[in-house]
Write a protein that binds this ligand. Structure first.
Ligand code: NAD
Length: 340
């Protein structure tokens, strides 16, 4: 047995990062060795860099297509799963086309760019009955799953507040790329690296947002670079989020979940998990099983070994939050409620 036949749509930096992991996983777990792989990308440079990974690993070269319609029109395509890792504005149309072609979708973050797109994607997923899993490291991380389990168990009491932030030298790194083009990106730092912040907090909050007040600052770019958000969930949790995309070239985060009987400390990628219930004992690390990352989790979900930890419903909650953030920021922070 090998991994499902795989199509990669968008063979850029992130897809190649996943590919390196896939090759490594296949070397240690023969049943997860890559089988048939095809690439779809209009950029020859991206295709060449992807092909080089296969050549180096001694694996057969993937068949390459320049666009998805060309691939889907090929009767010999023969793929079961697709990874979509393109600029954000393409996530919705490409995912819809793959689902409609009967292919499971592993979709890079952020799921889509708006509530309208999120609702449509869920409709198509339900009509086709295919798997749709969103590649948010936080939701896919065993530490964030464990944090949710701890919250649901009542071990930290009633969750009263979540404070979270993320920071990166994003402006320096991304100026001039598609990430700073509002059409292709759907938003700036707060919707790129900040999407991990929004998603992980949506996941940990476990409830939709009823009120949002936000400021976004563009700092000379056509998209946001700094963000400050205050929000309240339907469960009454007070949420404070901050993003800084204009600092030294680092990339880090901090998430604190406060409850009436304890608190959790984690990160937007699930990079740590500590818990404190006794004020006299400093937060201590919570033990969680190791994971080889998103690829292993996607395969476990496909094999029915795990429930989907990053479903489109969570993507919809985040899309509602992002739509409200933009609406409030456009009105200088005036509090807004979900559109009806
Ligand atoms: N989970 C994470 O931590 C993480 C990290 C980085 C990027 N990402 C996400 O991965 C995705 C891709 O980001 P990236 O850093 O790889 O960007 P990138 O610019 O390196 O790669 C994007 C690729 O998409 C290709 N592309 C453009 N239009 C296409 C089309 N119509 N069909 C097929 N391919 C097309 C481009 O040619 C390019 O090769 C984004 O959604 C991004 O947010 C996630």
């Amino acid at each position: 047995m090998t991994a499902p036949n795989l199509m990669i749509v968008g063979v850029g930096g992130m897809a190649r990062h996943h590919l390196e992991t896939m090759v490594k996983v296949g070397q240690t777990s023969p049943e997860r060795q890559l089988g048939r792989v095809v690439f779809v990308d209009p950029a020859q440079d991206s295709l060449d860099k992807g092909l080089a990974i296969f050549a180096k690993a001694g694996l057969p070269a993937p068949t390459c297509y320049r666009d998805l319609s060309e691939a889907l029109a090929d009767d010999d395509l023969d793929v079961e799963l697709t990874l979509i890792a393109t600029p954000h504005n393409l996530h919705h149309p490409l995912a819809v086309d793959c689902l409609r072609a009967g292919i499971d979708v592993w979709l890079e973050k952020p799921m889509v760019c708006s509530v309208t797109e999120a609702e449509d994607l869920i409709k198509v997923r339900d009509e086709t009955g295919r798997l749709l899993i969103v590649s948010f490291n936080g939701s896919l991380s065993p530490r964030v799953r464990k944090a949710r389990e701890i919250i649901d168990s009542g071990a930290i009491g009633e969750v009263t507040a979540i404070h979270a932030s993320v920071w990166q030298g994003w402006k320096t790194e991304q100026t001039g790329t598609w990430r700073t083009d509002p059409v292709q990106s759907g938003g700036g730092f707060m919707f790129d690296t900040g999407a991990h912040l929004l998603n992980t907090v949506c996941d940990l909050a476990g409830a939709d947002f009823t009120k949002v007040s936000a400021w976004l600052e563009e700092s000379g770019l056509p998209v946001d670079v700094l963000g400050s958000i205050s929000a309240r969930t339907t469960a009454g949790t007070m949420v404070t989020l901050a993003g800084c995309g204009d600092t030294i070239r680092t990339c880090e985060s901090d998430v604190k979940v406060f409850g009436t009987k304890g608190l959790l400390v984690t990160g937007v990628w699930g990079e740590r998990l500590l818990m404190q219930t006794d004020p006299k004992v400093a937060p201590t690390e919570v033990d969680v099983p190791k994971s080889a990352g998103p690829w292993d989790i996607v395969l476990d979900v496909r094999d029915g070994l795990l429930p989907n930890p990053s479903p489109a419903e969570l993507g919809l909650r985040m899309a509602h939050l992002w739509d409200m953030v933009k609406a409030s920021a456009a009105q200088d922070g005036r509090p807004v409620s979900p559109a009806t």
